[in-house]
Design a protein around this ligand. Structure first.
Ligand code: SF4
Length: 318
């Protein structure tokens, strides 16, 4: 699979800019989540069980230990991005954030930070801190979980924030020149393909630098697991997911970087759909759809710049 020929991927962009592969090392900063501890809500987003995406046991190690351990296991790369992934990685006093981020940035072979968080949990102090690292030449990405631009769905899945809050945070980040990657879920309850395309449109109108697409998948320990077990939740087939993801990518301007076009989880934590167990199956299927019906940006006649970057990628032989 050569996904970079049909999608402007983050991995290829990093390789082009740094002249080598840059991998993300995932970190657990020991943060909590305001949608779980009662500050904003309790119980969390209905699809969420953080333990399904990150190994909770790694947080007993310091940030530099976590980085060293993963870098040691990762044989394919020499330089890395430190990815604060678990829970809400801006949810602490700014001095704590500073210590943690700088422990990562001062570790060997780290070129920058990706910080995953909620749109309603990014104070100006945290943004200024991230902007200061960018000013020093580090790669910095703010990864915002939005999932959908529809307030009704945001309410139904217990996100605890509205689209407007996301919009305001993106505006502030972009004013400081911080790159934003927005996470979206395809297949949320009661949402149609039209709803997904409308979400894309609204996110693009706010301005965004990167996107991550995930299929809704049901994990053990989430609120949705109970609803799914009761037979009250429809889950997308692989074909339905690929059809929607393909159209979203075709309607995405060519300069926007895709950090992810699918997601996976392992059984027994993964309950449904079965196809989410195999990351490559869905990646290949989306790749095939894009080759067949048009690459990123093709639905909006925006492939010129993409072709330029594709040629650069090809020259690097990636
Ligand atoms: S998805 Fe993020 S914001 Fe929602 S409950 Fe899980 S950790 Fe908290």
């Amino acid at each position: 699979m050569q996904l970079h020929l049909v999608v402007n991927t983050f991995g290829s962009d990093l390789q082009r800019r740094y002249g080598e592969k840059i991998y993300k090392l995932t970190l657990h900063g020991g943060f909590s989540c305001p949608n779980r501890d009662g500050t904003i809500g309790v119980g969390g987003c209905t699809f969420c069980n953080v333990a399904s995406i990150i190994d909770e046991s790694i947080q007993v190690n310091t940030i530099s230990q976590q980085l060293a351990q993963q870098a040691h296991q990762m044989k394919k790369s020499k330089r890395y991005l430190a990815y604060f992934q678990a829970y809400t990685s801006t949810y602490a006093e700014v001095e704590i954030l500073k210590n943690m981020y700088e422990e990562a940035l001062n570790s060997a072979d780290i070129v920058g930070l990706c910080v995953g968080t909620r749109p309603d949990c990014v104070p100006d102090e945290a943004l200024n801190l991230l902007a200061s690292y960018q000013a020093k030449g580090f790669e910095v990405w703010l990864e915002l979980g939005l999932q959908t631009a529809h307030d009704k769905t945001l309410h139904n899945i217990n996100r605890g924030h509205t689209f407007d809050v996301y919009h305001q945070t993106v505006q502030k980040a972009r004013r400081l020149g911080i790159k934003v990657c927005t996470h979206l879920i395809i297949g949320l309850p009661k949402e149609t393909k039209q709803d997904n395309l409308m979400t894309l449109d609204r996110v693009l109108n706010c301005g965004v630098d990167g996107l991550k697409l995930h299929p809704l998948h049901i994990v053990e320990g989430s609120i949705m697991a109970k609803v799914w077990r009761a037979g009250r939740l429809d889950i997308l087939s692989l074909e339905q997911y690929v059809d929607i993801a393909g159209d979203i990518i075709r309607q995405t301007p060519a300069h926007i970087l895709y950090h992810r076009i699918s997601a996976n989880a392992r059984k027994p934590t993964l309950l449904a759909p079965d196809w989410c167990e195999n990351h490559w199956q869905s990646m290949n299927a989306v790749d095939h759809n894009l080759r067949q019906f048009g690459a990123q940006g093709s639905a909006i006649n925006d492939t010129y710049h993409f072709k330029q970057s594709k040629d650069s990628i090809d020259n690097l032989g990636s």
